[in-house]
Ligand binder design. Sequence first.
Ligand code: NIG
Ligand code: FE
Length: 422
Amino acid sequence: MKGCMIIKNASQLVTCSGFKARQGKAMSDLHIIDDGAVVIENGVITAVGTTSEVLGKFDESKFNTINTMGKAVLPGFIDSHTHFVFAGYRAEEFSWRLRGESYMEIMNRGGGIVSTVRATREASREDLIESGRKRLDSMLSFGVTTVEGKSGYGLDEKTEIKQLEVMEALDKLHPVDIVRTFLGAHAVPEDFKGREDKFIDYMADSVMPQIAHRNLAEFCDVFCEKGVFSLEQSKRLLLKAKELGFKLKIHADEISRLGGAELAAELGAVSADHLLHASDKGIAELAERGIVATLLPGTAFSLKEPYARGRYIIDQDCAVALATDCNPGSCFSESIPLIFVLATLYMDITIEEAVTALTINGAAAVDRADSIGSIDVGKTGDIIILEFPSYKYIPYHIGVSCVEKVIKNGNLVFDKENKISR
Ligand code: NIG
Ligand code: FE
């Protein structure tokens, strides 16, 4: 019975059907089945349809059945951009920002990312696993079934590898699936200040080949930003990453307009992320090349920066994904409902587009649109059941999670009502 489940009588079965990213107008179509049901066998979806169609073909006694009695059912959410494995917190820094200091000012005087690096270098593997596990539990309660996690709080060989190994261990012991990204070029460590090119050489020539050889990460990312890594340095690193078989992501045009979006297009990255200051040309190129534009409204909110131009980016025919960016500095939050309401209220993204951005487009942002992100036959049985009859309650219940149950690989792993967790 493990991994075998029928979910029936869904007022809306929001399938988000499809096997690739949805661009522009296509983001509005959620492919909803009224009074829907879904069958999962051995962790894989084997039937999708109306409840009467599905029950006509399967013997319910062989399955665990959930009768939703008129709730909305969606694919599990995919949080496609996070930095959730770290040690140390930066609450003080948050209070400095409230007093008017900027994120980059704090970073430039030795705080910010580098202070998390100090704590993460010192932390034991066990402590990182324990804090990471708690954050995954929190994500799961918001309906997240797959999360992308980045290294980047080591900035040296030993700690970058430690962070990725911690994610590898967490992936085995927690139901939320983890997609690993190497972000060795996340900041310039103290001993490389003024020698950024040397640091890129070190990461590209000494660290990255080991990560590739040991299969510790699938993606490579870089913080391409004024005062951090230039366009040329980012390109050099990413070209080497590509050669080694990594897929690419870029922290692009987050604080200033450097041309990160254009670089993502030039290199054929899977996603370009942040894009608060992306140019019209950069956005057009992302649309043209089918590169996912991953928007992180929680970060703009927390940094009091202008939001990325979500409406414009979708209208230019891009595929948009939404993610939390969960990290100890610019946005310490695992909250999907927060991201959802910010995107709809302040980026003028519609509710339907936001659902797409957190499901099939989130899957595309981690190059898994063929196996997760929608309720389609053949995909993994990762599904959420809301407390309400419609997906429209997600932003309406402001900042509060509407997720009642989470099913991962066909097993119930979270139940708000019965307090079952994993
Ligand atoms: O996506 N910008 C770089 N990285 C993160 C912040 C990391 C941190 O401040 O610890 C971001 O905003
Ligand atoms: Fe980030």
